[in-house]
Ligand binder design. Sequence first.
Ligand code: ADP
Ligand code: MG
Length: 269
Amino acid sequence: MSENRPSAVWPSQGASAPMGGSAAHKVASVGALLSLEGVHTHIGAYHILHGVDLVVPKGQLTMLLGRNGAGKTTTLRTIMGLWRAGPGRIRFAGRDITALDTPRIAALKIAYVPETMGIFSDLTVKENMLLAARDAARASQMDESRLKWIFSLFPAVEKFWNHPAGKLSGGQKQMLAVARAIVEPRELLIVDEPSKGLAPAIVNNMIDAFAQLKASGVTILLVEQNINFAKRLGDTVAVMSNGRVVHAGSMAALAADEELQRSLLGLAL
Ligand SMILES: Nc1ncnc2c1ncn2[C@@H]1O[C@H](COP(=O)(O)OP(=O)(O)O)[C@@H](O)[C@H]1O
Ligand SMILES: [Mg+2]
């Protein structure tokens, strides 16, 4: 178990210890690409996040788990500046990004794939990719070697290149959404529930693609409801409940502890 723990990131915490605010503050500067400290988010009159502490270690794949309504999507949107954190602090690559607007956050090479995926159904797969590549007006201007690499990760993107994106299956759309997000080099890839509603064979493809993405050096933060998907991919895990992170540690430790999974995640999984 200990060899699977990112010990540089979680130096003093028991793998199954509940997450305390001070622990997050202590580890935030060690190996973290992204960190949230005491983040509160209000949506209109509703107080949704109640002091989220979260560390995403550089080069790792972090799983953000939790029941429906726990605040996972709100956390991702707050990281991206789509909701304002107040109070709280968000740091990326040593820089305070709490007050930056969304285009500036994206310009730091952070890509976000929302649950709704943001695909244009009437446009072809190629046109969807072109729109995501800010510097390319034509397919011939896209970075060819990068495109080849994306095709190797997601063969459906190549296969249906000239087809309307609306005709793709749910899994193919999800792959296109991730392919769009990585059309330019990224430091951090954030994806909300990539396995939702997908058949097991497609989920396996998705797991392979994320594993290869991670191997390429991209840090990844995934929201998941599917514990098996999370177990197979995650290095680090954070579990949310009622607008807070209530557990953080290694995925291996949580995967090995069914009692803890039940108490944290309940029957929703
Ligand atoms: N736009 C919104 N307006 C009001 N409440 C919202 C809005 N978005 C989310 N919420 C509420 O915030 C809580 C957390 O939602 P969300 O972050 O979507 O949870 P999760 O992604 O973990 O399922 C839920 O109670 C949800 O109803
Ligand atoms: Mg959600």
